[in-house]
Design a protein around this ligand. Structure first.
Ligand SMILES: N=CN[C@@H](CCC(=O)O)C(=O)O
Ligand SMILES: [Zn+2]
Length: 394
């Protein structure tokens, strides 16, 4: 295993103490970080890369995406921008295209999106099934998802497929479908929303996942107020995502889930989705001020958020949702790692989301002197160099 000294870092965001180091250097050794500190104190390494006064931060950890799909919904998007409301039913369009696609087409499209993410500094990501909705199609999506993702989530409960009744379909989701995807997935998710699954149905899905040893996630409170947040907190879900329509009580529940040293429920903000569906932004400032743990993710999918750009999500969270740059960057890196349960090392798995000794060597260098440029120069591609697990990929 060879080591690389990355030096000339004007500003390093570590998400560890100290949070920000100026004139910094990092040593990457094999797939982990071996040293972090002031450039003047840096040890020797096999190779040296001088980034000449640029800022560096952990690679983005995108904890919510839907990347295994075929088809295009540009026409639906255009109609929405002309005044149509977003409805969960649009998912069926992607389900039909996904079922009709060959394995090679699905894998190829997925690989292209993963390449796009890497080029934008995303070094770790979760992705979900949910565009297959038969036993065979969900198992295929889960298998393809596993080929690239750090975490895979089973979302058989995305929508009741055309021609099925909800409870009969859920019998399949919590039975043979769950059995078929189980070797490939880490978590289970449910779209708990009017037009998708109600509280009773969502609870059934989540309890079945818990019995199968999976982490729990919920798509909740996206299109209106609903039971998603309360259910996620009650069942100890790792995250509840969207959280656009939440009351002060629900914000309190999310914050309270972390008290007393408990591992609570991350509130995942999806700013690009809020924009693309013309929904109100999730109350990021109120969540942070209340003490909730937040993540920022892309929700990359063909219906509500067809972007893989975490930089765009961070800029939006700062400019529109009133997070500070430091809060938004932390939420898009360490926040995502917490949502995925990867913020601490596990046997054979280095932690993600921090630049600290032992963490996975995922480093994102910006073509800018500080991370503030992510919001100060919105829309400008600022990724200069990326290492993922110690390998330079950009
Ligand atoms: N809300 C549910 N699922 C996706 C949208 C899927 C789609 O419209 O294709 C989301 O997170 O926004
Ligand atoms: Zn989603």
């Amino acid at each position: 295993m060879s080591s690389t000294l990355v030096t000339g870092i004007a500003e390093l965001t570590t998400n560890d103490a100290p949070g920000r180091v100026v004139d910094a250097a990092v040593v990457l050794d094999g797939d982990v970080v071996a040293w972090v500190g002031a450039a003047a104190d840096a040890p020797a390494a096999d190779a040296r890369v001088d980034v000449e006064g640029r800022a560096a931060l952990p690679g983005w950890v995108d904890s919510h995406t839907h990347l295994v799909f075929a088809g295009d919904r540009g026409a639906e998007f255009e109609a929405r921008m002309a005044g149509e409301a977003y409805a969960a039913g649009g998912i069926a369009t992607t389900v039909a295209a996904t079922r009709a696609a060959s394995d090679a087409e699905l894998q190829g499209r997925y690989d292209r999106l993963v390449g796009e993410m890497l080029r934008g500094g995303t070094t770790a990501f979760e992705t979900k099934t949910g565009y297959g909705l038969t036993v065979a199609d969900e198992a295929r999506s889960a298998r393809i998802a596993r080929s690239r993702a750090d975490a895979v989530t089973f979302l058989g409960a995305h929508l009741v497929p055309d021609g099925r009744d909800a409870d009969g379909y859920l019998d399949e989701v919590v039975g043979p479908m769950l059995d078929a995807v189980r070797p490939h997935v880490d978590a289970i998710d449910v779209f708990c929303e009017r037009g998708a699954f109600d509280e009773v149905q969502s609870r059934r899905v989540l309890l079945a996942g818990r019995d199968a040893g999976l982490a729990l996630r919920v798509h909740g409170n996206q299109l209106g107020p609903g039971p998603g947040v309360a259910l996620a907190v009650e069942l100890g879900a790792a995250s509840v995502d969207h959280v656009g329509f939440v009351s002060d009580d629900e914000i309190g529940m999310l914050a309270g889930s972390w008290t007393g040293g408990a591992r609570g429920t991350v509130a995942t903000l999806l700013p690009a989705c809020d924009l693309s569906t013309r929904m109100p932004f999730a109350p990021a400032r109120a969540l942070v001020d209340a003490g909730a743990v937040i993540a920022i993710a892309s929700n990359a999918n063909p219906g509500t958020s067809y972007t893989t750009s975490m930089a765009f999500c961070v800029a939006t969270a700062v400019l529109q949702q009133r997070l500070t740059v430091a809060e938004a960057v932390r939420a898009a890196t360490l926040g995502g790692a917490i949502a995925l349960g990867r913020d601490e090392p596990a046997p054979g798995l280095p932690d993600l989301g921090r630049i600290r000794v032992g963490a996975r060597a995922d480093l994102h260098v910006l073509d800018a002197p500080s991370a503030a440029h992510l919001a100060y120069r919105p829309g400008v591609p600022l990724t200069h160099a990326v290492w993922r697990a110690g390998e330079r990929v950009v």
